[in-house]
Each structure stands twice: as structure tokens, then as C-alpha cells.
Design a protein around this ligand. Structure first.
Ligand code: FAD
Length: 311
């Protein structure tokens, strides 16, 4: 059995953390080939070749692949598909745009957000906002799935897989790139940060949310938010954690003024250590918290920030 792993490339760099975690999920299935396809793939292909568990890197480089458009990438993957028993990718916005198209072109189903690989046909995935785990047995001739990276640890470096060039196929020209608008931040990326500090409705306003940002910066953490905080304009949309936001599993998750609705828990309950600050001792977030700080966030957060300043 051979597995094709679709890697994301951003501005010539491999999304290494996501690829390294997906490799952990895929390695038990057999030989893993990583497909690095973009407008400028050389450096990313080198990065992929160094990851443990990679048998081969397929490098495609073409202007049609430069901006992650689903149609040319799907056409390329479909052309490679006959050689593979499985095609997978980290569950990110990038792959969620491409793999369903690939599955449809191959007339098979796509399994999203796989959290455990039992064997070549059997996979676990969360359903009902993470409240139940579904075990799926796929009879499809080729299995296509996305991997929830927060459920797997990253493989290390030290490999030296060969890099093979592969040609892009004709661009179906169904969509055209206009521009990329991306947020530039010096903070760690929310989905791969070791520490995340999130604020909820309890924080009270956009101005007061600065308190959460200060604390996060002290801790070298990424900033997250509940949907209520996002809807109220306290925090930008891409900071939302939860069922309809990002799924995170950092070493430490600090939930401030967040009640712990199931839709929020769906995005953070796999964090290694959860600390919650809430004035309501019956808040549901305390059911998943390892450390509960019952009290007013407006006194606890500044105190915490001050103590960290002294260190
Ligand atoms: P609240 O539930 O209002 O909680 C605020 C908390 O702050 C309370 O527990 C309160 O005790 C505490 N508090 C108030 N003042 C203080 C203070 N001074 N000191 C300490 N504590 C204080 N939500 C998400 O977060 N992410 C999602 O992805 C998401 N997806 C959803 C999808 C669907 C289909 C639906 C229906 C809902 C979704 N939600 C999601 C919304 C979710 O149901 C909750 O409404 C939301 O998570 C609540 O946010 P919150 O905890 O910030 O607000």
C-alpha cells in the first residue's frame, strides 16, 4: 500500500508542523509519498524530504499551482491517484477545498477530520461537535481523508527521502486567482501554538480584550476567542476556537470568561492542561479544566500578568 500526502506550501515554505503530524497518522499504513505542489516548490520539497517516515517527495512546480486553487491541484492528484491506496492531507482550509473535489472526481467518499487510524479501512472521526466518535469502515477502492492534526504528535527530522519531479497537468481553468489577503502576526499560529490564551464574552469589550492579548504576549502564547467574543467584535474571526472555529490542542489552554459551551469545548478539550478563569463556579468549562480559578477575571488576569512581568 502507498499513501499520498498532500502538503500545503505557503510562500515557498512547507506547512511543516501539519505535515509532520499527519505523517504520524499515515506511517502505519505503508509507504508515504508527500506531494509538494506550488509555484515555487524547491525549498518546501527539501523540508519535506527531511521529515521522518517520508519515502519519496513528489515535487510539482507550475504557475497554475501557485495559489492553492482547487481545480488544478485536484486534476494533478487525480492523475497520480492510480498508484495509491490512500490520499490524505491535514484537515485545513487548504485541503478541505481540494480533497472533496478529488473524491468526487474519483467517485469515492471523503472522510473528514480523522483522529485515529485503526487499519487500512477503519478510521475514527468526531461527530456531533466532538461529543461522539464514529468508527468508519470504508470499502472504497481508494481512501481519501483529512487528518485532525491535534490528535497526533509530529514526527521528527532526520530523513533524506528522494525528491522526484512530477509534471502539472493541464489547468481546467475553472477558477482564477485574484489576490491573497493574509494576516501578518508575530504571535504563534493558533493551531500549532504550545500555549493559547482565549477570552470570552465575560471579558466585556474589545478594549478590555487587550488584557487577554497582554497576558498572551507575556506567555508567548497565541490568542483565541469564543464565538460570542468574536460575534461581539472583541476579537477577529480567525481567532475563534470551537466547532465552527479552529481546533487546538496546545500544552496549555487558558480560558478566560468563557462558559464552556459544547461548541467551544469541541475546539479545545484535547488540550494537555486546561486552566479556566470564571466567576461562576458552576460554569461547564470547569468540568474539563485541570485548574479552576473561580473569581473575577478583572482582578485575576492583571495579577497574573504582573507576576509574569516580574519573571
Ligand atoms: P457565555 O456563554 O456568555 O459565557 C461568558 C462567561 O463569562 C460566563 O460563564 C460568565 O460566568 C463568565 N464571566 C462573566 N464575567 C466574568 C468576570 N468578570 N470574571 C470571570 N468570569 C466572568 N462557540 C464557540 O466558542 N466556538 C464555536 O466554534 C462555536 N460554534 C457554534 C456553532 C453552532 C452551530 C452554535 C449553535 C453555537 C456555536 N458556538 C460556538 C456558540 C456557543 O454555543 C456559545 O454561545 C459560546 O461559546 C459562548 O461564548 P462565551 O463562553 O464567551 O459566552
Amino acid at each position: 500500500m502507498s499513501v499520498l500526502l498532500l502538503a500545503e506550501v505557503n510562500q515557498g515554505r512547507l506547512a511543516t508542523d501539519a505535515v509532520a503530524k499527519t505523517l504520524s497518522a499515515l506511517s502505519p499504513l505503508g509507504e508515504v509519498h508527500v506531494l509538494v505542489a506550488s509555484g515555487d516548490s524547491e525549498a518546501a520539497a527539501q523540508e519535506a524530504s527531511r521529515l521522518q517516515g517520508v519515502s519519496r517527495v513528489l515535487m510539482a512546480q507550475d504557475v497554475s499551482l501557485a495559489h492553492g486553487l482547487a481545480e488544478p491541484l485536484a486534476a494533478l492528484i487525480v492523475s497520480l491517484a492510480p498508484a495509491y491506496s490512500h490520499i490524505a492531507a491535514p484537515a485545513t482550509a487548504f485541503s478541505k477545498n481540494i480533497l472533496p473535489r478529488v473524491a468526487s472526481l474519483l467517485d469515492v467518499m471523503v472522510l473528514s477530520d480523522v483522529t485515529h487510524v485503526h487499519d487500512a479501512e477503519t478510521f475514527d472521526r468526531p461527530v456531533y461537535a466532538g461529543n461522539a466518535i464514529q468508527t468508519v469502515v470504508s470499502a472504497d477502492p481508494i481512501k481519501i481523508f483529512t487528518v485532525r492534526t491535534s490528535s497526533f504528535s509530529a514526527v521528527g527530522e532526520g530523513g533524506s527521502a528522494p525528491i522526484e519531479r512530477t509534471d502539472a497537468v493541464a489547468d481546467p481553468e475553472l477558477s482564477f486567482w485574484v489576490e491573497d489577503v493574509s494576516v501578518v502576526s508575530e504571535r504563534p499560529d493558533l493551531t500549532s501554538a504550545r500555549v493559547v490564551v482565549s477570552g470570552g464574552r465575560g471579558v466585556g469589550s474589545k478594549e478590555k480584550f487587550d488584557m487577554i492579548i497582554d497576558l498572551a504576549d507575556r506567555m508567548g502564547a497565541a490568542v483565541g476567542a469564543s464565538r460570542a467574543a468574536v460575534d461581539l467584535g472583541y476579537a477577529p474571526n480567525d481567532w475563534q476556537v470551537g466547532q465552527t472555529g479552529k481546533v487546538v490542542a496546545p500544552e496549555l489552554y487558558l480560558a478566560v470568561g468563557i462558559s464552556g459551551a459544547i461548541q467551544h469545548l469541541a475546539g479545545m478539550k484535547d488540550s494537555k492542561v486546561i486552566v479556566a478563569i470564571n466567576k461562576d463556579e458552576d460554569a461547564p468549562v470547569f468540568r474539563v479544566a485541570d485548574y479552576a480559578l473561580v473569581g473575577d477575571l478583572f482582578s485575576i488576569v492583571p495579577e497574573l500578568t504582573k507576576k509574569l512581568e516580574k519573571q
